[in-house]
Design a protein around this ligand. Sequence first.
Ligand code: AMP
Length: 289
Amino acid sequence: MEIIRSVEWMKQTARAAESAKHLVGFVPTMGALHEGHLSLVRAAKRQCSPVMVSIFVNPAQFGPGEDLEKYPRNFEKDCALLESLGVEYVFAPEASEIYPAGFRTSVRVEGLSEKFEGRVRPGHFQGVCTVVLKLLEIVRPRFAYFGRKDAQQARIVRQMVSDLNLDTEIVVCPIVRESDGLAMSSRNAYLDPAERRAATVLYRSLDAARRKINSGARAAGEILDAVNSTIASEKLAKLDYAELVDADSFERVDFLRGTCLLLLAARVGSTRLIDNMFIDAARDFSVSL
Ligand code: AMP
């Protein structure tokens, strides 16, 4: 496995793979890898060769006062994990390599970026889109893999790729969870033992919504009541938002129809966690958690 630090060398390596007609798969990450990330890498390995993984804690997607400095970093361990999965290239640039002095451009997907996560974290998706566009342009992969854990991010990236006619297909992979249901996240490392136990409330509240749907509930109000009351029962948790939206437009819906997402964000202690579930009304209201 080769570790690449420079944009120029990453570009040359990726162009050589493209010229050789290799099918390049790409997994962008911020490191501190867990099974959620590794599931994306495995999906890439099944479809592509070579697989390139970026490890870059992107300053542009952190707001003032957010956790950029304390964000977990574990480069050696990450590389060992990626090597064990047969990843061919790791792209791990310094921030100054991605944003050299004088950098002035940013990318914004209008509308989708201002709601939910974007409202709570102004500028976040602009930071995400800017770095993802740069990475996709450096690597020019045939497929790039994202997790449904960050459903709004995946939707926005897909929009950007379509709007800008990029030659990359975005693959969105299912959420990987701990055995007690907590969605895996690098930020789970911030939770103390009591908070870690309380954090399962996000999953438990989505599960309560699933049970409502399975027993015939179709109205957003009724489904979200189940979420709100479950979150309220956990003293260490504070709801940020719980919304039922159309999976494509991210507009709120009053009733389940088409494909929907139940989006959830909550604070457990001082750690902000997000989760979601996907509901396919056309397929017998099947629910993916
Ligand atoms: P991050 O390192 O947090 O920027 O995440 C990198 C990629 O991994 C993103 O596409 C995330 O959506 C994805 N990811 C993070 N956690 C999970 C998870 N629990 N299950 C599936 N994908 C995930």
